[in-house]
Design a protein around this ligand. Structure first.
Ligand SMILES: Cc1ncc(COP(=O)(O)O)c(C=O)c1O
Length: 341
């Protein structure tokens, strides 16, 4: 069999090639999703493939959703960019989260998770042959989305010995005339590292200097351990014309199955992205948009508690790993080589 990047293909999943586009033949189901599909076939296997809060969606969200189902006609499409009341609430959320002023509903696109936002962003800005800088280790779907758009992923390694932080000099070296965008996920999946404000601000300067697009993937911005603080380039108004920020309800509200997220960008970019969004999904599921509205109304106690629970589990696993002499692992957020085993 020809060498394949696909574990599913290697495991014997039928792959037709006749009449399949070169574009699609070039990509794979991202490895973390492949792992889950493969794990499903093994009784008792625990998949670490996908990041899913183990708790259920808060009851308060579900109850509001039931009321919406009973009292509103939510059987119809919303307009493509999303329910006006949700776009308005999300514009307010972006202002609150990122300390911005004057964010307008027109600068929000409601998407089918952050994933569709990222895909629409890449399809909107990348021409075939354009280079897109991604970090490694990174989130594998970014690579597939770049390839699908005909782009070329350029890999910049994170610095492992300082807690998988950004190597700004390596970014400087990786930028060429063909560079169109940088994709950054912060906190990073899979390393969990929270990038320093100083490094991110240097990346911002590179983005402005070369007039490229910074695509931010920030579904884990709430998931901070050990008093780590999160800085987002989305909070810098100077970057507005060079920024597409993708957010998610999946992790923060334990709503992975609802498939709902949103994008914040300049309205000129949002209106271009809307073409891709319309071509692929018309609009995010109306029922999930209602759930998102409900999520924005609950207190932040749920998320605080979720972080506590995940931190408890994380510490437990670190304790177990510490007892295993042959295992070396990185304690995320603690930026010191001495803290690695
Ligand atoms: C880094 C990263 N980006 C995006 C996504 C997709 O998020 P969503 O469920 O909102 O599409 C995930 C999901 O695991 C993720 O880990």
């Amino acid at each position: 069999m020809a060498k394949t990047r696909s574990s599913l293909e290697a495991a014997g999943l039928k792959q037709r090639t006749a009449n399949i586009s070169e574009r699609v033949k070039k990509i794979v189901v991202s490895p973390i999703k492949e792992m889950r599909i493969l794990a499903e076939k093994v009784p008792g296997a625990i998949s670490f493939g996908q990041g899913m809060p183990y708790v259920d969606t808060p009851l308060a969200i579900k109850e509001k959703l039931v009321t919406a189902l009973k009292t509103k006609d939510i059987s119809k499409y919303s307009t493509s960019p999303g329910l006006p009341e949700l776009r308005k609430a999300l514009a307010e959320r972006v202002m609150k989260k990122r300390g911005l002023q004057g964010v307008k509903p027109e600068e929000i696109l409601v998407t089918v998770g952050a994933m569709e936002g990222l895909g629409a962003a890449v399809m909107t800005v990348i021409n075939p042959g354009d280079e897109v800088i991604v970090v490694t280790p990174g989130f594998s779907s970014h690579i597939e989305q770049i390839l699908l758009a005909g782009g070329v992923p350029k890999f910049v390694p994170l610095i492992e010995k300082i807690g998988w932080q950004l190597d700004v000099n390596a970014f400087k070296k990786a930028i060429t005339k063909k560079t169109k965008a940088i994709i950054l996920c912060n906190p990073n999946n899979p390393t969990g590292s929270v990038y320093s404000k100083k490094d991110l601000q240097e990346i911002e300067q590179l983005v402005l200097k070369h007039n490229i697009i910074l695509i931010l993937d920030e579904p884990y911005d709430f998931l901070l351990y050990d008093n780590a603080t999160h800085y987002s380039p989305a909070s810098n108004p100077a970057l507005k014309n060079n920024l597409i920020a993708c957010f998610s309800f999946s992790k923060e509200f334990a709503m992975t199955g609802y498939r709902i997220g949103y994008v914040y960008a300049d309205s000129g970019i949002i209106n271009q992205m809307m073409k891709v969004h319309d071509a692929f999904c018309i609009c995010a599921a109306r029922i999930s948009q209602e759930a998102a509205l409900a999520a924005l109304e609950i207190s932040d106690e749920f998320t605080k508690d979720l972080v506590k629970k995940l931190d408890y589990n994380r510490k437990l696993v670190m304790k177990w790993l510490d007892k295993m002499p042959d295992i070396r692992f990185q304690r995320v957020h603690i930026i010191s080589f001495q803290n690695t085993k």
